[in-house]
Design a protein around this ligand. Structure first.
Ligand code: IPE
Ligand code: IPE
Ligand code: MG
Length: 251
């Protein structure tokens, strides 16, 4: 089954003309504003999630085509369980639908990596995630990182527990724990730190997304709501990033 839609805001074939020469190695997206997008149209929130999922599909394809090596997307946070059950169910159903329509990523040699605590997710979703990770692990054109039941603090706790277990077994001296070792025990262990973090919808916060990995990220905020986030919006963010002076504490 292939997606048979074209985003209304998709630009023409010359869309890549305005791209900068140097691209970030890792771009992260907080896909926010779906609910407000629907509300503005007098529609239920789940309608906004469906539109947001279409944007997700289009932006992932675009990232792959322009040569972004690592693209992360915040799909569902550890805090999102606070939402009404009906909305959570709609999001899980949509997720299930999309996880069953990933052939194109595999054809495009995209590796899919799921980060977050999978254990709280419905079993069929957990199984599908494992299958996709397994089927795509040989690919290296782009890492598509999907954060589902993900929380940055939860991830650091997960890393701390693994290191503590090793220390308890005598395999590790606590005094010798390094930043690198912590990075190596995060869900993102194989992924470089975030270079560019993009948050649409006008909110100016991380909401617990990749907090360790964003220590030296550049941030790009826009008022555009995620369902309206077109390829041209990503071009703007990439150009903005290209003009930033990154010093990492140096001069
Ligand atoms: C982001 O959109 C999607 C998820 C958190 C799953 P929201 O649902 O948070 O949309 P707003 O912020 O209420 O507009
Ligand atoms: C962040 O958006 C989570 C995802 C996009 C999955 P939220 O809408 O949950 O964040 P807050 O509540 O505005 O911080
Ligand atoms: Mg939100």
């Amino acid at each position: 089954m292939a997606f048979s839609f074209l985003k209304k805001n998709q630009t023409g074939s010359d869309e890549t003309k305005s791209l900068p020469e140097v691209l970030p190695k890792h771009v992260a997206f907080i896909m926010d504003g779906n609910g407000r997008w629907a509300k503005k149209r007098g529609m239920p929130r789940k309608y906004g999630h469906r539109e947001g999922a279409k944007t997700f599909h289009d932006i992932t394809r675009y990232c792959r085509s322009i040569g972004i090596k690592n693209a992360s997307f915040y799909v569902f946070s550890t805090e999102n369980w606070k939402r009404p059950e009906e909305e959570i169910e709609a999001i899980m159903d949509l997720l299930w639908e999309y996880l069953n329509d990933c052939d194109e990523y595999l054809e495009q040699e995209v590796r899919m990596i799921f980060i977050g605590d999978k254990s709280r997710l419905p079993e069929r979703i957990q199984n599908r995630m494992k299958e996709l990770e397994e089927d795509s692990k040989k690919y290296d054109k782009m890492n598509l990182i999907l954060a589902i039941n993900y929380g940055g603090r939860d991830e650091i706790v997960y890393a701390a527990r693994q290191l503590a277990e090793k220390a308890a077994k005598g395999e590790l001296d606590p005094g010798e724990i390094t930043e690198e070792m912590i990075s190596d025990h995060l869900y993102t262990r194989e992924i470089p730190d975030v270079d560019l973090m993009i948050r649409p919808s006008g909110e100016l916060r991380l909401s617990n997304f990749l907090i360790w990995q964003c220590a030296y990220a550049e941030y790009y905020f826009t008022d555009v709501l995620w369902p309206d986030f077109a390829r041209s919006e990503l071009n703007k963010a990439l150009n903005d990033f290209a003009g930033r002076g990154r010093r990492f504490g140096g001069i």
